[in-house]
Ligand binder design. Structure first.
Ligand SMILES: C[S@@+](CC[C@H](N)C(=O)[O-])C[C@H]1O[C@@H](n2cnc3c(N)ncnc32)[C@H](O)[C@@H]1O
Length: 192
């Protein structure tokens, strides 16, 4: 299915006023990755920075957020220790081996080529760093109410849009893309 591109520049003000951060995901990240003031964290597709800014404030880690939409970035809060820049998941404008954690929230279904993104994420990650992809599983899509009950057609549309979780948990191919040196990162990817 062809993915219809959403123009996030034009909906940036609406996103800024309605979008709520996924607090459970942030708590999990903080605890499972053990973030602290020496950690370096990259959020890909950070939008208005709601997640990365909360993480930076809570842990005092060094944060970076990347998003292709300058308008989305413009709605971000100014947080010391957080740098934001325009860029895309498929070509991260970063040096390799720097970050302890690379994560994304509700972005993976927008990407044309998830493998290229994971290759880029591994490149930006330090050895034994963690990658986390927050997205909607088939189970979540099928049980989103009231949409799934009153507009059941939306379920099939979204099942076609969102990459299935088992596909995202196929790190062997990703490791091959990145070379053996990153093999040990596989468990981190599988965990989430
Ligand atoms: C649903 S919003 C989520 C924003 C933010 N992660 C959040 O949870 O509030 C999707 C975001 O993905 C970004 N996006 C779309 N295509 C992208 C790409 N190729 N690389 C990185 N980000 C992308 C959009 O600009 C938008 O900010």
């Amino acid at each position: 299915m062809m993915k219809k591109k959403i123009d996030y520049n034009s909906i940036a003000p609406a996103c800024a006023s309605h979008r709520k951060p996924v607090l459970l995901a942030l708590r999990e990240l903080e605890q499972r990755v053990g973030l602290n003031d020496r950690s370096k964290v990259l959020e890909v597709g950070c939008g208005n920075g709601a997640h990365i800014s909360l993480l930076v404030n809570a842990t005092k880690c060094l944060g970076m957020g990347i998003d292709p939409s300058p308008q989305m970035l413009r709605h971000s809060a100014n947080v010391p220790g957080l740098e934001l820049c325009v860029g895309s998941a498929e070509k991260l404008p970063l040096n390799e081996g720097f970050f302890d954690l690379v994560f994304s929230v509700d972005v993976i279904h927008h990407l044309k080529d998830t493998r290229t993104y994971f290759g880029e994420a591994f490149r930006a990650l330090r050895p034994l760093g963690a990658i986390c992809t927050v997205t909607d599983s088939e189970e979540i899509i099928r049980s989103r109410n009231p949409f799934a009950i009153y507009w059941p057609g939306t379920v099939q549309v979204d099942l076609a849009r969102y990459p299935p979780i088992p596909l995202l948990r196929e790190p062997d191919d990703v490791c091959r893309l990145c070379g053996d040196r990153r093999k040990s990162d596989r468990d981190a990817l599988r965990d989430y």
